[in-house]
Ligand binder design. Structure first.
Ligand SMILES: NC(=O)c1ccc[n+]([C@@H]2O[C@H](COP(=O)([O-])OP(=O)(O)OC[C@H]3O[C@@H](n4cnc5c(N)ncnc54)[C@H](OP(=O)(O)O)[C@@H]3O)[C@@H](O)[C@H]2O)c1
Length: 312
């Protein structure tokens, strides 16, 4: 069977899509392809200059694109509330929500203004709160909601006694926890939508290893020597063998967001080389992601942390 490509994306005319963190990387490529297929796009991101630049680049590539920037900092709950309120004020249903924004393996523990550890806050808590607050519009649009996970979830454990890793912060386990949480959230959201009649379809995607800004902005942010090694050795020699482009990494996300044959509760990813690269298709979720009791416990703990409840 031929591989799934952007040619498989059905016409999206009349649909309204929000893609978080779509100023670069997989988010930008997702927004671009959805715009190409006629969807109206909201670039939801924290940096207005990068946001307006993404809008310009999409308009250059797709002159008919309906695309605009809306400020959203997922690490700031007030920003999440303000963004959701602006969307709710329009009263317009949302057809696609892609919870894509993320940071990876920040070398030292950072804390948001709300008191949450930065990786958990950006990757998971912000998206949980955003989805809860947008629920009326997602229900109205019978939306497809896509959560971004990662093969890093394999090593993830949910530290229920200390979700914020107040003690013993280690960059990678904390990232892995946030991506496991996104996978558990996406699967649980689909179960709860079916049980409560919310009418949305929740699918989880991972890009494999896509060449984006994620590494430079995370683990290498304060490591000039490793940055140089990356630029001289890893980037040109090793990375091409084990990774693919940001556009290829966006394909599982696009498949999850648009392919009607992908059912709610599915997990879609890159399918070759231990899911590091290759065409999109079914991905393997580790047992800890499929533990429904743990997913329910995480859901309740997250609602309590955020003071946000589904449905609002
Ligand atoms: N690349 C991979 O191989 C890979 C593998 C597995 C999973 N993923 C997941 O894929 C998603 C996209 O990552 P990427 O690889 O495309 O990385 P990227 O190029 O660094 O893009 C990340 C995006 O998230 C945005 N962002 C970060 N913090 C934010 C915040 N607080 N509020 C709003 N936006 C924020 C960034 O905005 P700024 O431009 O302002 O920084 C950027 O637009 C992430 O969830 C990541 O965990 C990536």
């Amino acid at each position: 069977m031929p591989h799934w490509t952007t040619a498989n994306i059905p016409d999206q005319t009349g649909k309204r899509a929000i893609v978080t963190g779509s100023t670069g990387g997989t988010g930008y490529e997702t927004a671009l392809e959805l715009a190409r297929k006629g969807a109206e796009i909201v670039i939801a991101a924290r940096n207005p200059a990068k946001g307006e630049d993404a809008v310009r680049r999409i308009r250059r590539a797709v002159p008919t694109a309906q695309v605009r920037f809306e400020a959203l900092d997922l690490a700031d709950q007030a920003s999440v509330v303000a963004f959701a309120d602006r969307m709710l004020a329009t009263g317009r249903p949302i057809d696609i929500l892609v919870n894509n924004a993320g940071v990876m393996a920040l070398p030292t523990r950072e804390v948001t203004g709300d008191g949450f550890e930065m990786q958990l806050a950006t990757n998971y808590l912000g998206h949980f709160a955003l989805t809860a607050r947008l629920l009326p519009l997602l229900t109205a649009g019978r939306a497809r909601v896509v959560q971004l996970s990662s093969i890093a979830h394999r090593r993830g454990r949910i530290r229920f006694d200390d979700l914020n890793h107040a003690t013993g912060y280690r960059a990678w386990p904390v990232y892995a926890q946030s991506k496991l949480a996104m996978l558990m959230f996406g699967l649980e959201l689909d179960r709860r939508s079916a049980a409560n009649g919310w009418g949305l379809t929740s699918v989880v995607a991972h890009p494999g290893y896509a060449r984006t800004g994620l590494i430079a902005n995370g683990p290498l942010v304060r490591a000039p020597f490793q940055r140089a090694v990356m630029a001289v050795i890893l980037r040109p020699l090793i990375e091409p063998l084990i990774s693919h482009s940001a556009a290829a990494g966006a394909l599982p996300i696009l498949m999850a967001a648009t392919d009607p044959s992908v059912a709610g509760g599915a997990y879609v990813g890159a399918t070759r080389l231990m899911e590091l690269k290759g065409p999109p298709g079914p991905a393997k979720a580790e047992p800890q992601a499929l533990d429904t009791a743990a997913a329910a416990r995480l859901w309740e703990a997250t609602e309590a942390m955020l003071g946000v409840r589904f449905p609002i």
